[in-house]
Design a protein around this ligand. Structure first.
Ligand SMILES: [Fe+2]
Length: 253
C-alpha cells in the first residue's frame, strides 16, 4: 500500500521544482504500477475526517504549486524540517482517485498560517519564505506529492494545537473531504481539541510517521499518507471529468 516516489531525483534542482504539480508529478508517478483495485475490495477503512478549520487561505498565496519550501523564484527557502509528503487518494474499494485535487495548508515554523488574520497579527515575525499552501492534481494512480515542512505546534485564539497538516480533496469542482493529518505518537495529540475527539480507528488513520529520508545528508524526512474516501470513484466521476477545486466552506460568503 505504501507509495514512495524517488523524491531525491525530483528535487535535484530548483528548475525541476518549478515545473509545477503536473509536470513534476506525472513523470514521477507514472513509473509506478498499482494493482490495488480488487485486492482490497470493500476492505479499506475510510480516513477520519475533520472540519476545514478557520485558517484555509482567505486569499491564495502568490505560488500554489506542490513545493511549499520555495515561493516562486525566491532564493531563500522556507525554514523547517523538510519533508517529502506523498500518498494516494483511494476510494473505499482501493480504486485510485484520478484527476482529484489535493490541497494542503499548514502553519510555518513560527506557527503562522498564510491567512490574513495570522499575518496581520504577526507582521514581520513569520516565515515569509514558506508558501504555507499547495495543491496537486492526482494522475491515474491517485498519487500526490508535496515538498513541505514537518508540522509544528501553534497557538490560535488561546488554544494550543498539536502539529498537523490540513488536507482537502476536491473532485469535479466539489470539496468532498477535509481532514487534519498528525504526527504519530506526538505527545500533544491526546490533549488536542480535534485529535482527542476522534475514535481510535480515526486516530490511527490520520497518525503518520515522519522518517529520515534514506541517504539524505541534510536530515530531510519523508511521510506517506494514503487517504481513503468513503465514496467510490464511479460516484464522483459521473462520466465526465470537469476538474477544479471546490470552494472553501469556512471562507464562503
Ligand atoms: Fe490548523
Amino acid at each position: 500500500m505504501s507509495f514512495r516516489p524517488d523524491v531525491r531525483s525530483h528535487y535535484s534542482s530548483r528548475r525541476k521544482a518549478l515545473r509545477g504539480a503536473a509536470g513534476l508529478s506525472i513523470a514521477a508517478l507514472s513509473t509506478r504500477l498499482f494493482t490495488v483495485k480488487g485486492a482490497f475490495a470493500e476492505a479499506l477503512t475510510p480516513t477520519g475526517q475533520s472540519g476545514e478549520g478557520p485558517l484555509y487561505p482567505d486569499k491564495m498565496p502568490r505560488d500554489t504549486d506542490n513545493d511549499l519550501i520555495l515561493v516562486n523564484d525566491a532564493i531563500t527557502p522556507g525554514i523547517g524540517e523538510i519533508t517529502h509528503l506523498s500518498g494516494r487518494i483511494l476510494d473505499r474499494t482501493g480504486t485510485p482517485m484520478r484527476n482529484t485535487f489535493v490541497e494542503i495548508w499548514q502553519c510555518d515554523s513560527q506557527g503562522v498560517y498564510r491567512h490574513t488574520s495570522h499575518e496581520e497579527r504577526y507582521g514581520e515575525n513569520y516565515d515569509h519564505n514558506f508558501q504555507g499552501y499547495g495543491r496537486f492534481l492526482t494522475d491515474s494512480s491517485g498519487g500526490y506529492y508535496f515538498r513541505t515542512i514537518k508540522p509544528v505546534i501553534y497557538g490560535t485564539n488561546g488554544v494550543l494545537r498539536t502539529p498537523h497538516i490540513h488536507f482537502a480533496v476536491s473532485k469535479n469542482g466539489e470539496r468532498i473531504f477535509t481532514t487534519e493529518m498528525n504526527i504519530k505518537d506526538h505527545p500533544e495529540n491526546e490533549t488536542d481539541i480535534v485529535f482527542k475527539r476522534r475514535t481510535e480507528v480515526e486516530k490511527k488513520s490520520v497518525s503518520m510517521d515522519f522518517v529520515p529520508l534514506p541517504d539524505s545528508t541534510t536530515g530531510e524526512l519523508s511521510c506517506d499518507f494514503d487517504i481513503v474516501l468513503g465514496v467510490t470513484a464511479n460516484d464522483t466521476d459521473g462520466g465526465t471529468l470537469k476538474g477544479g477545486i471546490g470552494a472553501s466552506t469556512w471562507n464562503r460568503g
